[in-house]
Design a protein around this ligand. Structure first.
Ligand SMILES: Nc1nc2c(c(=O)[nH]1)N[C@H]1C(S)=C(S)[C@@H](COP(=O)(O)O)O[C@H]1N2
Ligand SMILES: [Mo]
Length: 368
């Protein structure tokens, strides 16, 4: 039987992540088994089926009892609030599709590879989240004028950077009180599953995943910049350790392609029959609109424009497609998105924590 080294599907160095010399560590494999990605054929669905949505859990999935669950809202407020799940569900409800992507998506394609959850490019999904607006609740609690940030605390605790801590993230008051920020209790019409934050999570449309705090137990207004590990140390664009780096916030533009044809089991190189092929996928960019998606069939030398579908929602990805007259040969397909403001995708990028790697996707294809 031909192996990956002898078969025609060998795809060394094609950037698709299928490289024989990667030497992933045991720890990376263990993280990858806990935190699944969305198989990229999932790009065919406008709303990702819940079981295909990517997953990222830093510590353990905490066991939260809905009957005794309560959310506390306090800190710099006129009156603290304490709400049961039923009280939250009784408030005005909104349902909206939101595209969420892990800030570490694409990390394992960087060279040298930052050691953490080894995403190749599959850490994205779009779910229909149902919940109630955060801003009206903060208003009801009477957010005081000296409040600068709002801190969100999850029920999960662990050790990272040698520091035991609860998972916590903050937002500026301006970001937290945007109309679309939700306290969500349902995903695709069902109560949140334990691994996605049951019974309540934050949804911050446009931001990378880390801000969408799961298993939310408290919301606290403070008068300074929050210094917790997941805010001040993790999720920073750093090139050297020790430097503070810029904080990771909104999702960078990215287009992904649903892999065409059929896969080779081991290398995932695609096998296609010669002829007319429709290439398709989806693209998104933080709080901006995608203006253009381009496709290359010659490893990024020449590009042609794809047709765009309307976005799935104000805060969700949009579909793209184009036709390719595939002739026998081996190819590196690539796709890249750009916004009206001119933000696009680089050929390569690197930073210390492996954050926001929106380098263009490369897909190895054999046409016969
Ligand atoms: N409490 C808590 N919230 C969390 C996390 C976590 O580990 N604990 N992970 C964050 C990260 S890094 C991401 S990418 C998203 C993933 O959400 P999902 O697992 O529902 O896709 O949740 C965020 N919220
Ligand atoms: Mo993430």
């Amino acid at each position: 039987m031909p192996n990956a080294h002898t078969s025609r599907f060998r795809a060394v160095g094609d950037g698709s992540g299928i490289e024989r010399s990667d030497n992933f560590t045991r720890e990376e494999v263990a993280l990858a088994l806990r935190n699944r990605g969305m198989p990229l054929e999932g790009l065919r669905y406008p709303v990702t089926p819940s079981g295909m949505h990517y997953l990222l859990v830093h510590f353990d999935v905490p066991h939260v009892d809905a009957a005794t669950y309560g959310l506390k809202i306090g800190g710099l407020t006129e009156r603290g609030l304490s709400l049961s799940l039923d009280e939250i569900k009784a408030r005005p409800a909104v349902t909206m599709p939101v595209t969420m992507e892990c800030a570490g998506n694409g990390r394992a394609l960087m060279s040298p590879r930052p050691i953490s959850q080894p995403w190749l490019g599959e850490a994205v999904g779009t779910a229909e989240w149902t919940g109630t607006g955060l801003a009206p609740l903060l208003q009801e609690a009477g957010l005081r004028p000296e409040a600068v940030e709002v801190v969100f605390t999850g029920a999960d605790r662990g050790v990272q950077g040698d520091e035991p801590h609860l998972y916590q993230r903050s937002l500026s008051v301006a970001a937290a009180t945007r109309e679309e920020v939700l306290l969500a209790y349902a995903m695709n019409g069902q109560p949140l599953e334990p691994q996605h934050g049951f019974p309540l999570r934050l949804i911050v449309p446009g931001w990378y995943g880390m801000g969408n705090v799961k298993w939310l137990t408290s919301i606290e207004a403070i008068d300074h910049e929050f210094q917790g590990f997941q805010q001040a140390e993790a999720y920073r664009y750093q090139t050297e350790s020790g430097e503070p780096g810029e904080p990771v916030t909104l999702m960078q533009p990215r287009a992904l392609m649903a892999p065409p044809g059929i896969p080779d089991f081991l290398t995932r190189t695609r096998l296609l029959e010669a002829g007319r092929v429709t290439l398709s996928g989806r693209a998104w960019a933080g709080l901006e609109q995608i203006a253009r998606v381009e496709v290359s069939t010659d490893a990024g030398q020449t590009w042609s424009e794809a047709t765009l579908e309307p976005p799935v929602g104000e805060f969700a990805w949009r579909g793209w497609s184009c036709q390719w007259d595939a002739k026998p040969g081996t190819y590196e397909l690539s796709v890249r998105a750009s916004t009206a403001a001119g933000a696009g995708q680089p050929d390569e990028m690197w930073n210390l924590q492996g954050m926001g790697n929106n380098a263009r996707q490369r897909v190895a294809v054999v046409v016969e």
